[in-house]
Design a protein around this ligand. Structure first.
Ligand SMILES: *Cc1c(COP(=O)(O)O)cnc(C)c1O
Length: 435
């Protein structure tokens, strides 16, 4: 679109003007005015201006509705990834949209120096959902999973005796990209080039109770566990192992931390995964699915553990502000009112059965595992990435963990019809890959 004399001219981008690239500035401005950007233009601009820390697929989504997405070229997709377990109640849910819109028209931000009504309400609900009068947990809010885990690590050390500083985590775990959460992440490949890592962390194999018992000593402050490993390909942690961790924490006065950043908010069919596993943590972290796409994270802690944080101990500028808490409250309303946790259990089972049936027919599947709508499919051959790319061409969105695992984390509102359609697309993708 040419810059017409009738319009307010775009504010010149000084750097672009200085290098004579005025046409580029005008083009970008036209896009801001609502003209669709072509995929080609996005790819080219990102390659020129963005830090290249993501290996991206060549798709740019523009609009969503429920479990459907549309890209900038108008192609429709069935979303079985939900932005990696973020979109809990579906894209553009009218009740979440209304809550966000109303809040934006009223007040976005004040400060944690003051009381914030939607934050207090969200804390009340999380307290209620974690036991209420009977052991309900206290909440602190931040913006992401990594930040929630940082707060959890700080709370674990602060709430135990000074001699206790060691944090035990599991090999192949994923807890985030900030230094503390990265140190907690038990995967050397993520640490490479960023050393030295913060000290005091040690890693033990998942589901090895003897190693767990050997790891605890008088220096142990906490053990941090994802009840089901998400980023490593939907790997469950045994209930007996979690029970042993609970017992050892109690014996040592150490903290049991569950990272439910991916498993929380109904993903597994209950609000938190621990409710089904029967082991309650002292500290719990949340993020991904809490705001249906609006960034928010939370740290929850048992009463006496939470008491370690007093005014000045920890804080977060944006944490729990009006906008993110309004989005989270609306997300929880929809989750409960539309019975999406029950749906996750029912449709998750239907999906697992369909995947099993396809596995038997194709002979390609090693294992289908998961809980609710957190499902991993381990393939016998390294074709997961190829399947993911081919499925995308057929209009199905999911992701691959390495070359052998397909991971599905759809919005919790998907139906059995959506599953049937996804299976058709998956079969088409498989036919293409193996042709
Ligand atoms: C995604 C994830 C994180 C990190 O969350 P960010 O919001 O990306 O910082 C931490 N723990 C688990 C289990 C996750 O899945």
């Amino acid at each position: 679109m040419p810059v017409s004399a009738l319009e307010v001219p775009p504010k010149p981008n000084l750097i672009a003007t200085a290098t004579g690239d005025v046409a580029q500035t005008a083009k970008t401005s036209a896009q801001r005015n609502g003209e669709a950007a072509s995929l080609e233009h996005l790819v080219e601009t990102d390659a020129r201006c963005g830090i290249q820390n993501y290996g991206r697929l060549s798709v740019a989504f523009k609009r969503g509705q429920g479990a459907r997405l549309w890209d900038v070229e108008g192609r429709e997709y069935l979303d079985f990834l939900g932005g990696i377990a973020v979109v809990t109640v579906g894209h553009a849910h009218p009740r979440v949209t209304e809550a966000i819109t109303k809040q934006a028209e009223t007040l976005l931000h004040s400060s944690n120096i003051y009381y914030i009504e939607p934050q207090v309400e969200l804390a009340r609900r999380l307290h209620e959902m974690s036991g209420g009068e009977d052991g309900g947990m206290r909440a602190f809010f931040c913006n992401s999973g990594a930040e929630a885990n940082e707060a959890a690590l700080k709370m674990a050390r602060k709430s135990t005796s000074p001699a206790r500083f060691e944090i035990i985590t599991l090999e192949n775990s994923f807890h985030g990209r900030t230094y503390g959460s990265l140190a907690a992440t038990g995967q050397p490949k993520y640490h490479e080039g960023f050393e030295p890592m913060p000290g005091g962390f040690k890693y033990i194999p998942r589901n090895d109770i003897a190693a767990l018992e050997a790891a605890f000593n008088e220096r142990t402050a906490a053990i941090m566990i994802e009840p089901i490993f998400g980023e490593s390909g939907i790997l469950p942690v045994d209930v007996e192992y979690l029970q042993a961790a609970r017992r050892l924490c109690d014996e040592h006065g150490a903290r049991l931390i569950f990272d439910e950043v991916q498993t929380g908010i109904g993903r597994t069919g209950t609000f938190w995964a621990w409710q089904q596993l029967g082991v309650k943590p002292d500290i719990l972290t949340l993020a991904k699915g809490l705001g249906n796409g609006v960034p928010i994270g939370a740290l929850l802690a048992r009463d006496d553990v939470a008491a370690a944080f007093v005014p000045g101990t920890h804080g977060c500028t944006f944490g729990g502000n009006f906008l993110s808490c309004a989005a989270a409250n609306a997300t929880l309303d929809v989750l409960v009112d539309e019975q999406l946790m029950e749906n996750a259990t029912r449709v998750g089972k239907y999906f697992e059965d369909a995947l099993q049936a396809w596995g038997e027919e194709s002979g390609e599947i090693e294992e289908v595992r998961g809980l609710g709508l957190m499902i991993g499919v381990e393939m016998k051959r390294p074709i997961a990435r190829a399947l993911m790319k081919a499925a995308l061409e057929h209009g199905l969105v999911f992701n691959a963990v390495g070359d052998t695992i397909m991971r599905f984390l759809p919005p919790l509102c998907i139906t059995t019809d959506d599953v049937d359609e996804a299976m058709q697309k998956l079969r088409a993708a498989y036919a293409q890959v193996t042709a």
